[in-house]
Design a protein around this ligand. Structure first.
Ligand code: NAP
Length: 276
Protein backbone atom coordinates (compact mmCIF):
# COMPACT_ATOMS: atom_id res chain seq x y z
CA UNK A 1 0.00 0.00 0.00
CA UNK A 2 1.30 3.47 -0.89
CA UNK A 3 2.36 5.42 2.20
CA UNK A 4 1.19 9.02 1.91
CA UNK A 5 2.59 12.19 3.49
CA UNK A 6 2.00 15.91 2.91
CA UNK A 7 2.89 19.49 3.68
CA UNK A 8 -0.01 21.79 4.51
CA UNK A 9 0.08 25.58 4.34
CA UNK A 10 -1.78 28.51 2.83
CA UNK A 11 -0.42 29.33 0.30
CA UNK A 12 1.77 26.28 -0.24
CA UNK A 13 3.12 26.46 -3.81
CA UNK A 14 6.47 27.91 -2.60
CA UNK A 15 7.31 24.92 -0.37
CA UNK A 16 10.47 22.99 -1.26
CA UNK A 17 9.50 20.08 0.98
CA UNK A 18 7.91 18.03 -1.87
CA UNK A 19 11.23 18.18 -3.75
CA UNK A 20 13.22 17.08 -0.70
CA UNK A 21 10.93 14.18 0.28
CA UNK A 22 10.29 13.27 -3.38
CA UNK A 23 14.02 12.80 -3.95
CA UNK A 24 14.36 10.60 -0.84
CA UNK A 25 11.37 8.46 -1.90
CA UNK A 26 13.03 7.79 -5.26
CA UNK A 27 16.47 7.21 -3.70
CA UNK A 28 15.08 4.57 -1.32
CA UNK A 29 12.66 2.99 -3.80
CA UNK A 30 9.73 3.52 -1.42
CA UNK A 31 6.14 3.13 -2.57
CA UNK A 32 5.13 6.49 -1.14
CA UNK A 33 4.00 10.01 -1.96
CA UNK A 34 4.53 13.47 -0.47
CA UNK A 35 2.18 16.16 -1.70
CA UNK A 36 1.69 19.87 -1.06
CA UNK A 37 -1.89 20.55 0.06
CA UNK A 38 -3.30 24.06 0.32
CA UNK A 39 -5.44 24.12 3.46
CA UNK A 40 -7.14 27.42 4.34
CA UNK A 41 -7.36 28.19 8.11
CA UNK A 42 -11.10 27.46 8.23
CA UNK A 43 -10.50 24.04 6.61
CA UNK A 44 -7.89 22.93 9.18
CA UNK A 45 -10.29 21.06 11.56
CA UNK A 46 -11.75 19.17 8.59
CA UNK A 47 -8.25 18.25 7.42
CA UNK A 48 -7.52 16.78 10.88
CA UNK A 49 -10.62 14.59 10.57
CA UNK A 50 -9.19 13.33 7.27
CA UNK A 51 -5.90 12.62 9.08
CA UNK A 52 -7.60 10.59 11.81
CA UNK A 53 -9.21 8.43 9.14
CA UNK A 54 -5.73 7.06 8.40
CA UNK A 55 -5.31 8.35 4.85
CA UNK A 56 -1.82 9.73 5.66
CA UNK A 57 1.14 8.56 7.76
CA UNK A 58 1.76 12.21 8.59
CA UNK A 59 3.19 15.37 7.17
CA UNK A 60 4.63 18.82 7.64
CA UNK A 61 2.91 22.01 8.71
CA UNK A 62 3.96 25.44 7.53
CA UNK A 63 2.73 29.03 7.64
CA UNK A 64 0.08 29.98 8.79
CA UNK A 65 -0.81 26.76 10.65
CA UNK A 66 2.21 26.11 12.92
CA UNK A 67 0.46 27.48 16.03
CA UNK A 68 -3.17 26.63 15.18
CA UNK A 69 -2.48 22.87 15.00
CA UNK A 70 -1.67 22.71 18.75
CA UNK A 71 -5.37 22.74 19.58
CA UNK A 72 -6.12 20.02 17.02
CA UNK A 73 -3.35 17.49 17.80
CA UNK A 74 -4.09 14.60 20.19
CA UNK A 75 -0.63 15.01 21.73
CA UNK A 76 2.26 17.44 21.28
CA UNK A 77 5.95 17.02 22.08
CA UNK A 78 6.95 19.24 25.06
CA UNK A 79 9.80 20.81 23.06
CA UNK A 80 7.33 21.91 20.37
CA UNK A 81 5.33 23.54 23.15
CA UNK A 82 8.46 25.37 24.34
CA UNK A 83 9.25 26.45 20.78
CA UNK A 84 5.62 27.50 20.28
CA UNK A 85 5.24 25.86 16.87
CA UNK A 86 4.48 22.42 15.41
CA UNK A 87 6.03 21.62 12.02
CA UNK A 88 5.69 17.81 11.89
CA UNK A 89 2.65 15.54 12.37
CA UNK A 90 2.71 11.76 12.76
CA UNK A 91 -0.53 9.73 12.65
CA UNK A 92 -0.67 6.45 14.60
CA UNK A 93 -3.86 4.47 15.32
CA UNK A 94 -6.08 7.40 14.40
CA UNK A 95 -4.26 9.84 16.70
CA UNK A 96 -2.22 12.82 15.55
CA UNK A 97 1.07 13.65 17.33
CA UNK A 98 2.74 17.02 16.75
CA UNK A 99 6.42 17.88 17.12
CA UNK A 100 8.97 20.47 16.01
CA UNK A 101 12.09 19.42 14.11
CA UNK A 102 13.57 22.89 13.45
CA UNK A 103 15.98 22.65 16.40
CA UNK A 104 17.19 19.26 15.14
CA UNK A 105 17.62 20.76 11.67
CA UNK A 106 19.76 23.55 13.11
CA UNK A 107 21.96 21.10 15.06
CA UNK A 108 22.16 18.62 12.15
CA UNK A 109 23.29 21.37 9.80
CA UNK A 110 26.11 22.57 12.06
CA UNK A 111 27.17 19.01 12.97
CA UNK A 112 27.47 18.09 9.28
CA UNK A 113 29.13 21.32 8.12
CA UNK A 114 31.53 21.94 11.03
CA UNK A 115 32.01 18.91 13.29
CA UNK A 116 33.17 19.98 16.76
CA UNK A 117 31.44 23.37 16.43
CA UNK A 118 30.07 23.22 19.97
CA UNK A 119 33.35 22.30 21.67
CA UNK A 120 34.94 24.86 23.93
CA UNK A 121 33.76 27.26 26.60
CA UNK A 122 32.77 30.18 24.38
CA UNK A 123 29.45 31.97 24.47
CA UNK A 124 26.92 31.99 21.64
CA UNK A 125 25.09 35.03 20.28
CA UNK A 126 21.64 34.85 18.71
CA UNK A 127 20.48 37.86 16.73
CA UNK A 128 16.68 38.19 16.70
CA UNK A 129 14.02 37.13 19.21
CA UNK A 130 11.17 35.94 16.99
CA UNK A 131 9.70 32.49 16.40
CA UNK A 132 12.84 31.02 14.85
CA UNK A 133 15.02 32.22 17.76
CA UNK A 134 12.98 30.04 20.12
CA UNK A 135 13.97 26.89 18.22
CA UNK A 136 17.64 27.96 18.25
CA UNK A 137 17.55 28.53 22.03
CA UNK A 138 16.12 25.04 22.51
CA UNK A 139 18.91 23.69 20.27
CA UNK A 140 21.72 25.57 21.98
CA UNK A 141 20.78 24.62 25.52
CA UNK A 142 21.69 21.05 24.51
CA UNK A 143 25.31 21.96 23.85
CA UNK A 144 27.99 22.30 26.48
CA UNK A 145 29.57 25.66 26.73
CA UNK A 146 28.98 29.15 27.96
CA UNK A 147 26.06 31.51 27.88
CA UNK A 148 23.71 32.26 25.03
CA UNK A 149 23.20 35.99 24.49
CA UNK A 150 20.04 37.06 22.63
CA UNK A 151 20.49 40.43 20.89
CA UNK A 152 17.36 42.04 19.48
CA UNK A 153 16.32 45.42 18.07
CA UNK A 154 13.45 45.46 20.59
CA UNK A 155 15.11 44.64 23.92
CA UNK A 156 11.78 43.85 25.63
CA UNK A 157 11.13 40.99 23.19
CA UNK A 158 14.55 39.46 23.92
CA UNK A 159 13.88 39.79 27.67
CA UNK A 160 10.48 38.12 27.35
CA UNK A 161 12.00 35.27 25.34
CA UNK A 162 14.81 34.46 27.78
CA UNK A 163 12.37 34.67 30.71
CA UNK A 164 10.17 32.06 29.07
CA UNK A 165 12.72 29.39 28.18
CA UNK A 166 14.97 27.74 30.78
CA UNK A 167 18.69 27.97 30.06
CA UNK A 168 21.86 30.05 30.47
CA UNK A 169 20.37 32.89 28.41
CA UNK A 170 20.75 36.68 28.61
CA UNK A 171 18.88 39.41 26.73
CA UNK A 172 20.52 42.51 25.20
CA UNK A 173 20.08 45.28 22.68
CA UNK A 174 22.47 45.52 19.70
CA UNK A 175 24.61 48.00 21.65
CA UNK A 176 25.92 45.11 23.80
CA UNK A 177 27.80 43.58 20.84
CA UNK A 178 31.24 45.21 21.48
CA UNK A 179 31.41 44.02 25.10
CA UNK A 180 30.25 40.47 24.26
CA UNK A 181 32.23 39.91 21.05
CA UNK A 182 35.56 38.76 22.49
CA UNK A 183 33.95 35.73 24.26
CA UNK A 184 31.77 34.67 21.33
CA UNK A 185 32.36 31.36 19.53
CA UNK A 186 29.09 31.21 17.57
CA UNK A 187 26.92 33.90 15.97
CA UNK A 188 23.47 32.89 14.70
CA UNK A 189 21.28 35.30 12.77
CA UNK A 190 17.57 34.54 13.06
CA UNK A 191 16.39 38.06 12.25
CA UNK A 192 15.21 39.58 9.00
CA UNK A 193 18.26 41.85 8.92
CA UNK A 194 20.11 41.28 5.65
CA UNK A 195 16.94 40.84 3.65
CA UNK A 196 15.76 43.55 1.28
CA UNK A 197 19.11 45.34 1.41
CA UNK A 198 19.19 45.97 5.21
CA UNK A 199 22.61 45.49 6.84
CA UNK A 200 24.28 44.81 10.20
CA UNK A 201 25.89 48.23 10.50
CA UNK A 202 26.46 47.75 14.27
CA UNK A 203 28.29 44.42 13.96
CA UNK A 204 32.08 44.83 13.89
CA UNK A 205 33.47 41.46 12.79
CA UNK A 206 37.00 42.52 13.74
CA UNK A 207 36.00 42.22 17.42
CA UNK A 208 35.13 38.50 17.12
CA UNK A 209 37.75 35.78 17.77
CA UNK A 210 39.13 34.35 14.50
CA UNK A 211 37.69 30.89 15.31
CA UNK A 212 34.11 32.19 15.59
CA UNK A 213 31.55 30.34 13.52
CA UNK A 214 28.89 32.52 11.88
CA UNK A 215 25.63 31.04 10.64
CA UNK A 216 22.45 32.52 9.22
CA UNK A 217 19.18 30.59 9.24
CA UNK A 218 17.85 32.85 6.48
CA UNK A 219 18.70 31.07 3.19
CA UNK A 220 17.28 33.46 0.60
CA UNK A 221 19.75 34.65 -0.54
CA UNK A 222 21.96 31.67 0.27
CA UNK A 223 24.96 33.90 0.96
CA UNK A 224 23.36 36.56 3.14
CA UNK A 225 25.12 39.89 3.76
CA UNK A 226 26.08 38.57 7.23
CA UNK A 227 27.78 35.48 5.78
CA UNK A 228 29.51 37.47 3.04
CA UNK A 229 30.90 39.98 5.55
CA UNK A 230 31.94 37.24 8.00
CA UNK A 231 33.79 35.33 5.26
CA UNK A 232 35.49 38.54 4.11
CA UNK A 233 36.84 38.85 7.68
CA UNK A 234 38.21 35.29 7.56
CA UNK A 235 35.53 33.78 9.85
CA UNK A 236 33.99 30.32 9.29
CA UNK A 237 30.45 30.40 7.93
CA UNK A 238 27.54 27.96 7.48
CA UNK A 239 24.45 28.90 5.45
CA UNK A 240 20.85 28.15 6.43
CA UNK A 241 19.84 25.80 3.62
CA UNK A 242 21.20 22.79 5.49
CA UNK A 243 18.81 23.53 8.38
CA UNK A 244 15.86 23.21 6.02
CA UNK A 245 17.20 19.90 4.68
CA UNK A 246 18.11 18.43 8.07
CA UNK A 247 14.78 19.38 9.70
CA UNK A 248 13.08 17.13 7.13
CA UNK A 249 14.99 13.98 8.20
CA UNK A 250 13.00 12.98 11.36
CA UNK A 251 9.63 13.33 9.61
CA UNK A 252 10.63 11.19 6.64
CA UNK A 253 11.96 8.53 9.01
CA UNK A 254 8.73 8.51 11.07
CA UNK A 255 6.42 8.23 8.04
CA UNK A 256 8.41 5.99 5.71
CA UNK A 257 10.58 3.98 8.14
CA UNK A 258 13.97 4.85 6.63
CA UNK A 259 16.40 7.50 7.89
CA UNK A 260 17.42 9.51 4.81
CA UNK A 261 20.71 11.36 4.27
CA UNK A 262 21.31 14.99 3.37
CA UNK A 263 23.64 14.50 0.41
CA UNK A 264 25.46 17.07 -1.74
CA UNK A 265 23.19 16.00 -4.64
CA UNK A 266 20.04 16.82 -2.62
CA UNK A 267 21.48 20.15 -1.56
CA UNK A 268 22.42 21.01 -5.16
CA UNK A 269 18.92 20.18 -6.33
CA UNK A 270 17.26 22.47 -3.78
CA UNK A 271 19.92 25.17 -4.22
CA UNK A 272 19.06 25.31 -7.91
CA UNK A 273 15.52 26.39 -6.98
CA UNK A 274 16.70 29.40 -4.90
CA UNK A 275 16.92 32.86 -6.39
CA UNK A 276 20.49 34.10 -6.60
P1 NAP B 1 9.81 36.74 13.25
O1 NAP B 1 9.13 35.99 14.35
O2 NAP B 1 9.01 37.70 12.42
O3 NAP B 1 11.05 37.53 13.91
C1 NAP B 1 11.77 38.47 13.19
C2 NAP B 1 12.98 39.02 13.99
O4 NAP B 1 13.71 39.88 13.11
C3 NAP B 1 12.61 39.83 15.23
O5 NAP B 1 13.57 39.58 16.22
C4 NAP B 1 12.73 41.28 14.71
O6 NAP B 1 13.08 42.22 15.70
C5 NAP B 1 13.87 41.16 13.75
N1 NAP B 1 13.89 42.18 12.69
C6 NAP B 1 13.07 42.26 11.62
N2 NAP B 1 13.43 43.32 10.84
C7 NAP B 1 14.48 43.92 11.45
C8 NAP B 1 15.28 45.06 11.15
N3 NAP B 1 15.10 45.79 10.03
N4 NAP B 1 16.28 45.39 11.99
C9 NAP B 1 16.49 44.66 13.10
N5 NAP B 1 15.77 43.56 13.45
C10 NAP B 1 14.76 43.20 12.63
O7 NAP B 1 10.48 35.75 12.20
P2 NAP B 1 10.94 34.22 12.44
O8 NAP B 1 9.76 33.32 12.37
O9 NAP B 1 11.75 34.19 13.70
O10 NAP B 1 11.83 33.91 11.16
C11 NAP B 1 13.05 34.59 10.90
C12 NAP B 1 13.71 34.07 9.63
O11 NAP B 1 14.17 32.73 9.83
C13 NAP B 1 12.78 34.01 8.40
O12 NAP B 1 13.46 34.60 7.29
C14 NAP B 1 12.57 32.52 8.15
O13 NAP B 1 12.42 32.22 6.78
C15 NAP B 1 13.89 31.95 8.67
N6 NAP B 1 13.77 30.51 9.06
C16 NAP B 1 14.61 29.62 8.46
C17 NAP B 1 14.55 28.26 8.78
C18 NAP B 1 15.45 27.27 8.10
O14 NAP B 1 15.12 26.07 8.06
N7 NAP B 1 16.63 27.66 7.62
C19 NAP B 1 13.62 27.81 9.75
C20 NAP B 1 12.77 28.77 10.37
C21 NAP B 1 12.85 30.13 10.00
P3 NAP B 1 11.98 43.00 16.59
O15 NAP B 1 11.60 42.06 17.70
O16 NAP B 1 12.69 44.22 17.07
O17 NAP B 1 10.83 43.32 15.68
Amino acid sequence: MTIKAFVIGHPIAHSRSPLIHGQWLVEHGIDGSYEAIDVAPEALPGFFERLRSGEFAGGNVTIPHKEAVFALCDSVDPLATTIGAVNTLVVRDGKVHGSNTDYLGFLGNLDAATPGWSDGPNDAMIIGAGGAARAILVALRRRDGGKVHVLNRTLEKAQALVAEIDGPFEAHGFDAFPQLAAHTGLVVNTSAIGMHGSRFDWLDFALLPKATLVTDIVYTPLVTPLLADAAAHGLRTVDGLGMLLHQAVPGFEAWFGVRPSVTPALRARIEATLEH
